[in-house]
Design a protein around this ligand. Structure first.
Ligand code: GDP
Ligand code: MN
Length: 384
């Protein structure tokens, strides 16, 4: 799960990592009307899950109340494309307003997982800010990496080496060491896969402040973190949220062929096969090993909610699940859901002959295919 900046900063505060004073969280127009700001300048920041907001107009400074209201009104609900959104527009649904600070110097500090070395790694650079990606490419030697023992955390000598490497003067030397240790502890205790501060700034008055936060947690650890349930799901689409509630494994994709498959492995193979046939899938959907009529009905409903879907491909391998049961399920489901696009079905496995007969005898318009490859080609053709 990815947290937005202000949620990340709340966690920073709990770990004594200093952040700017927060003035407001804006979620709708009313919040702008009731806005109170204690001092200026203030900074207005789009709370979206992608980085690169600064360069995309998602971070603005206001010098007075009039400017703050104008900017907030303009930024709320604005659509944004950053270099991390893959060309897609994202909508700004929340704004964070906090005090504007006078920056002396920007650094980069993060803890993430180093999969190659099977342990966390602290990554830092004395040249932080908005162009860290370019720095990593052009001057990789400017990036400091310190391996971390997850049991011991960041050791004192490592924190000292870090402070030297970041050319910390004596006024921030100790606070920087503490901050790096705290960020490491935060990373481990919160089962994060990333805890990033970019930029970590030194102010004109010599104080250290985390000006931005990016925390990503590992969903596999959700059983250990009841508190995660309090965060809104900002990553899933409406259809994905509905699918989750229905107990269906569904992930929306960009293509035009809706897929219903049993088993995650077969679902992956089906996406590849569709691609090979020159098309692209509108979703990943695994109905699971023992799909019932209700589940097949739900799955059809969910697939057909997506207006991008121009054809549906059902690819089922009957193992424990028998093909005739699946076929009856499809026939039953078609009575409950209006399947208004071409439907291609490929059944294989246990009791396949009986299954195909059921589909043949039914009144619904189905194109049956005898292999996954035939089915994919047919679906791609029909989706055109
Ligand atoms: P990102 O571009 O999505 O990573 O957004 P950041 O939160 O990192 O903000 C981008 C840039 O805005 C930072 O690198 C700072 O240079 C600038 N910025 C953010 N807050 C302040 C502030 O309080 N004062 C000043 N002067 N600049 C700020
Ligand atoms: Mn940043």
């Amino acid at each position: 799960m990815k947290l937005v900046e202000y949620e990340g900063k709340e966690i920073f505060s709990r770990y004594s990592i200093p952040v700017s004073r927060r003035y407001a969280i804006i979620k709708d127009k009313k919040d702008i009307e009731n806005l109170k700001i204690e001092s200026f300048p203030c900074v207005i920041k789009a709370q979206v899950l992608a980085g690169g907001r600064g360069k995309a107009g998602g971070v603005k400074v206001a010098r007075n109340m009039k400017e703050a209201v104008e900017l907030a009104s303009r930024m709320l609900k604005m659509k944004m494309i950053t270099h991390q959104t893959g060309g897609k527009e994202i909508v700004v649904n929340e704004l964070l307003i906090e005090e504007g600070l006078e920056i002396e110097r920007e650094m980069y500090l993060a803890v993430t997982m180093d999969r190659k070395n099977s342990r966390p790694v602290l990554i830092a650079s004395s040249e932080g800010g908005m162009s860290i990606e370019e720095l990593a490419k052009e001057k990789p030697e400017a990036i400091i990496k310190i391996p971390i023992d997850p049991e011991a955390g960041l050791l004192d000598f490592q924190a000292r080496e870090l402070a030297f490497a970041l050319k910390a003067g004596k006024e921030i030397f100790c606070s920087l060491k503490e901050l790096a240790k705290n960020l490491t502890r935060l990373f481990i205790e919160n089962d994060a896969s990333l805890a990033e501060i970019n930029p970590l700034v030194v102010l004109k008055n010599g104080k250290l402040i985390a000006l931005d936060s990016k925390i990503v947690t590992d969903d596999n650890a959700s059983c250990r973190h009841k508190e995660w349930q309090n965060y809104p799901d900002r990553e899933s689409s409406d259809i994905e949220i509905e699918a989750k509630a229905a107990g269906v494994n569904y992930i929306g994709l960009d293509g035009s062929i809706g897929c219903m498959v049993n088993g995650a492995g077969l679902a992956m193979a089906t996406l590849d096969t569709i691609n090979l046939a020159g098309g692209s899938a509108a979703n990943f959907l695994d109905v699971g090993g023992g799909a019932t009529v209700e589940q097949i009905t739900k799955a059809f409903r969910i697939i057909l909610k997506d207006p991008k879907v121009k054809a549906v491909l059902v690819n089922i391998f009957g193992g424990i699940m028998k093909c005739d049961n699946i076929a009856s399920g499809i026939v039953e489901a078609s009575k409950n859901v209006n399947i208004n696009v071409p439907l291609v079905v490929r059944l294989e496995g246990t009791r396949v002959k009986e299954g195909r007969e059921i589909l043949d005898k039914s009144k619904i318009k189905i194109s049956q295919a005898s292999s996954a490859w035939e089915a994919a080609k047919l679906a791609v053709e029909l989706a055109k």
